[in-house]
Design a protein around this ligand. Structure first.
Ligand SMILES: *Cc1c(COP(=O)(O)O)cnc(C)c1O
Length: 408
């Protein structure tokens, strides 16, 4: 008889060696990931692949046109010792929306949940123990993988689920408000584009402006609606949520923007449900103008998403160009004529790149709004939210959020 592969001993030893208190948001190589292939019209039965560098060469060709989308969710070890995944069915439906937006075959909710459970089950020893703030982050993604050079959908696709134990994203958590910035001259999404989906192409263009924002002392970027620049859309990787001051009965209103170019956050949706069902507050999902935010309508504002849950926003600065009275408020669309600029300038696209040093130097003013509250409302919401994920909230089962119900 041949001995079984030794690979598992190494993974088990790696899991046993993790210091759960020190966990951040870095890559921790786990035992395995789940990989499914779509070919000739159907997804196959999938395999568990020992963790190692993914071999990019298989799918490189069709990555040129950006056929790639992803999800992010978490598994928790709960009070009863069982591991459950937070609302995988909601992420599964959102992945379908993303796949449809960029002509990729959908992954059924059943297959998505199966693949997630499979990857988590094979890596149970990488889920932080109950009592630690960490979790097992799950990153499912779909990419076009067949060789392809024409602009048509890839002939083959991969659906892969990788897992990675994580701790806190920002160490500060809810007690450290951060500054947000609305940068002039960059939209995250197009008015009728793909902002409502988690397709890969939405994210790379944000990397440069994010670096620029960090350089100026801002932790997060906030975006306005791309069409009118009057309404709040969302942050680069999380939704915008606000609470009004409590009324005489202690009740608040949870307000979050509604727009075609916002990614529907599972965290935002769950916090909304908790606000109404657990706290008896009111919730509104509607257009929220920058003017409304500036007018002091809200007591607390947070950025919310799976990675951080809620990040309190202490202040929002909006850059506005000082001279917007000229013929063209946006220098990017200034007309060029060979009569005045010569033929070379007619095709000089350098100024279309909005993030040059020139742009940094353009005269601008800042409109600011500060939130001086102690984030009491969102602290309550976040606590209840965490207690559902750990099984500490009375009646957590009734939400039906932690799956599978029997645990892994
Ligand atoms: C992933 C993401 C969110 C957060 O969604 P969750 O489901 O709560 O994790 C919000 N906005 C954008 C742009 C995102 O990519």
């Amino acid at each position: 008889m041949t001995a079984p592969p030794r690979i598992d001993d190494a993974a088990a030893a790696a899991a046993a060696a993790i210091d759960w208190d020190k966990l951040g948001f870095d890559i921790v190589r786990t035992r395995s990931y789940a990989e499914y292939t779509w070919r000739d019209g159907a997804w196959d039965a999938g395999v568990l692949v020992p963790s190692g560098p993914l071999s990019l060469d298989v799918w490189a060709t069709s990555l040129h046109y950006g056929q790639a989308c992803f999800e992010g969710l978490k598994a928790f070890r709960m009070r009863d010792g069982k591991v459950r995944v937070f609302r995988p069915d909601v992420n599964a439906r959102r992945l379908q929306l993303s796949c449809r937006a960029i002509s990729m075959p959908e992954v059924s909710v059943e297959l998505f949940v199966e693949a997630v459970n499979r990857a988590v089950t094979d890596n149970l020893d990488f889920v932080p123990p109950y009592g630690h703030s960490g979790s097992l982050y799950i990153r499912p993604f779909v990419v076009g993988s067949g060789p392809q050079v024409g602009l048509t959908p890839a002939p083959e696709f991969k659906f892969i689920v990788v897992v990675n134990p994580v701790g806190d994203y920002y160490r500060g958590g809810i007690s450290q408000p951060v500054r947000a910035v609305i940068q002039h001259g960059f939209d995250r999404a197009a008015p009728r584009g793909t902002g409502h989906t988690k397709v890969a192409g939405n994210y790379a263009p944000c990397l440069g402006p994010t670096t620029r924002a960090k350089k100026h002392g801002y932790t997060v970027m906030l975006f306005l609606d791309p069409k009118t620049n009057r309404y709040i859309d969302e942050f680069a990787t999380s939704n915008f949520a606000a609470l009004t001051r409590p009324d005489v009965n202690g009740r608040r209103t949870y307000v979050t923007p509604r727009s075609r170019s916002i990614l529907s956050s599972v965290t935002n949706r769950s916090l909304t449900e908790l606000a109404v069902k657990h706290f008896g507050w009111t919730a509104e999902r509607r257009q929220v103008s920058w003017d409304e935010v500036r007018s002091g309508a809200f007591d607390e504002v947070v950025a919310c998403g799976t990675a951080v849950v809620v990040t309190p926003i202490g202040a929002i600065d909006r850059e506005v160009l000082l001279d917007t009275a000229g013929a063209s408020a946006d220098p990017r669309v200034a007309p060029l004529s060979s009569a005045t600029t010569g033929i070379e300038h007619l095709w000089d696209d350098a100024e279309l790149d909005n993030y040059t040093d020139d742009d940094d130097a353009a005269p601008r003013a800042v409109q600011s709004v500060e939130f001086s509250s102690n984030f009491e409302g969102f602290k309550q919401l976040q606590k209840a939210y965490r207690q559902i994920q750990t099984g500490d909230l009375d009646g957590w089962e009734s939400y039906g959020w932690m799956l599978p119900a029997a645990g892994l």
